[in-house]
Design a protein. Structure first.
Length: 134
């Protein structure tokens, strides 16, 4: 039912919020280590999403994915904005966002040309994520 699904997602968000506090404290001390752990954790949660079968598994994987996303993005943002402070902040951030959106567009175009399904794209994206950040 929609109520059960909404409850599962809400619990996942609550777990992610408390996890973000812990990740934030760890990121202050070791941003690159936390980012590397986040990459591995994120790949594992995407693989776990393929194996979900019960509502309890949905809750567990959704909670883990929320925490993995935070573990990956928070250190990346810290490193990015630390670099931006050393240069023109506005120009750096604008150029970074433009490049992120162009990268997304190129990936979807290449996937459409190659005829990849979203599952195949997700699995290959997890592999690329591991390769780029480790």
């Amino acid at each position: 039912s929609y109520t059960a699904l909404g409850s599962i997602v809400s619990l996942g968000i609550i777990v992610s919020v408390f996890g973000a506090l812990i990740v934030g404290m760890l990121t202050d001390k070791h941003p690159r280590r936390v980012m590397r752990f986040g990459v591995i954790f994120s790949v594992l949660t995407w693989i776990g999403r393929l194996l979900v079968g019960t509502p309890a598994q949905v809750y567990a994987v959704d909670s883990a994915h929320g925490l993995a996303t935070t573990t990956l993005t928070l250190p990346t943002e810290v490193i990015s904005y630390t670099r931006a402070n050393k240069t023109d902040i506005a120009g750096y951030i604008i150029m970074r966002e433009i490049m992120i959106q162009l990268g997304r567009a190129c990936i979807y175009i290449l996937a459409a040309i190659a005829g990849l399904s979203l599952v195949t794209l997700g699995i290959s994206g997890s592999g690329v994520l591991l390769f780029l950040f480790l």
